[in-house]
Ligand binder design. Structure first.
Ligand code: PLP
Length: 398
């Protein structure tokens, strides 16, 4: 008998986490590496939130809680979804999980059967594909085009549907491209889902990191069907710079939510008690830090998109959300850096780390080899220095 089961061999470790770890190791070894690979804001968690966690600890709020989260936090999510998106939920529609990633995993675990198809537009956050495969479902990938803003066309969506399709996944704004959906796109998807009796997962984790006045609507608001059949996934990691606290949530169908809570009750049990209290403060406390961080992100986005587009051979889509740019580097493929052939995004990223000491994530990690993901969740100074290093590196490509 083999040591590991077949299921675990269906998935690869997260490349983003792997590259960030490698960059950290090189830094620890004394090299001046600049990392643009992280999927997390560089800001500190706001003080009011930290204090709430300290208070919870000192007050002894350190025991098991209900598996699906404390009622106050579920209610705070209800209030937040009403306030932010105009969605009407009750406590029974909310499950608190150990991050949005855990929420997505649990949705897949309780809803997808072996062979069910889930439609995922590419470039995509690779975890979607991994989770689908792990539970035995089939990810059906829609390729998108840069010139369409990395959003599938209506025809693309229609063509991806088969009798086995159970779910559609949308991520708005998107990691890794920063692509954003117009309301009309979402209306189309909502109608299509209704026509084919499909469920929708709407990953809205970057909803507050948006630029140029873009204000995402949740697909769940667009029809009665969409409200009933959408599982809205969100969390506090990105908006409040709380990636390490591990709190995320799902809003939607109460039976799905109950099944997720049942699974949590037999696996993780509750999300960390004191992190739940911190999340409660994040959602109910002062919100001014959110806008402060957003403004910084927009300033950085403006800089990096211009800077990258000014480098010969690189073109960069201007994202309206999230904190990544996804420049096209395919013009360098087939050429050489110091005699080493650039075969694709992986090789490009490897050479970049080795010779320019900058860490990025190759596009292949997101299902499109022509690109690299460059996170601007770092200071403007680092971005400026990074662009200089990238420019010098690219100039040496023959
Ligand atoms: N969804 C997307 C698109 C993400 O990029 C991430 C984090 O990188 C998550 C969900 C997961 O967030 P968390 O598990 O920290 O709540």
């Amino acid at each position: 008998r083999s040591k590991l089961n077949a299921r675990i061999n269906r998935i690869e470790p997260s490349m983003t986490i792997g590259i960030s770890a490698k960059a950290k190791d090189l830094c620890a070894a004394g090299l001046d590496v600049l990392s643009f690979s992280a999927g997390e804001p560089d800001f500190d968690t706001p003080d009011n939130i930290k204090i709430a966690a300290i208070k919870a600890t000192v007050d002894g709020f350190t025991k098991y809680t209900a598996a699906g989260g404390i009622n106050e936090l579920r209610d705070a999510v209800v209030e937040k979804e009403k306030r932010r998106n105009g969605l009407d939920y009750k406590r029974e529609n909310i499950c608190i999980s150990v991050g949005a990633k855990h929420a997505l995993f649990n949705i897949a675990a309780v809803m997808l059967e072996e062979g069910d198809e889930i439609i995922i537009p590419a470039p995509y956050w690779v975890t979607y594909e991994a989770i689908a495969k792990y539970v035995g479902a089939k990810p059906v990938i829609i390729e998108t085009k840069e010139e369409n803003g990395f959003i599938p066309t209506h025809e693309d969506w229609e063509k991806a549907i088969t009798p086995n399709t159970k779910m559609i996944l949308i991520n708005n704004p998107s990691n890794p491209t920063g692509a954003t959906y117009e309301k009309s796109d979402l209306e189309f998807i909502a109608k299509l889902a209704e026509k084919h009796d499909l469920w929708i997962i709407s990953d809205e984790i970057y909803e507050d990191i948006v630029f140029d006045g873009y204000n995402p609507v949740s697909i769940a608001t667009l029809s009665d069907y969409a409200y009933e059949r959408t599982l809205v996934v969100n969390g506090i990691s990105k908006t409040y710079s709380m990636t390490g606290w591990r709190i995320g949530y799902t809003c939607g169908d109460s039976e799905v939510v109950a099944a997720m809570i049942k699974l949590q009750s037999q696996s993780t049990s509750n999300p960390t008690s004191i992190a739940q209290m911190a999340a409660l403060e994040a959602l109910r406390g002062p919100q001014d830090s959110v806008e402060k961080m957003r403004t910084k992100f927009e300033e950085r986005r403006n800089f990096i998109v211009n800077a990258l587009n000014s480098i010969d051979g690189i073109t960069c889509f201007n994202p309206k959300g999230a904190f990544y740019v996804f420049p096209n580097i395919s013009a360098f493929f087939g050429r050489e850096y110091e005699g080493k052939k650039i075969t694709g995004s992986m090789k490009f990223a490897e050479l970049l780390l080795e010779h320019a000491l900058i860490a990025v994530v190759p596009g292949i990690a997101f299902g499109d080899d022509r690109f690299m993901r460059f996170s601007f969740a770092t200071s403007l100074e680092n971005l400026k220095e990074g662009v200089e290093r990238l420019k010098k590196f690219v100039e040496k490509i023959k």
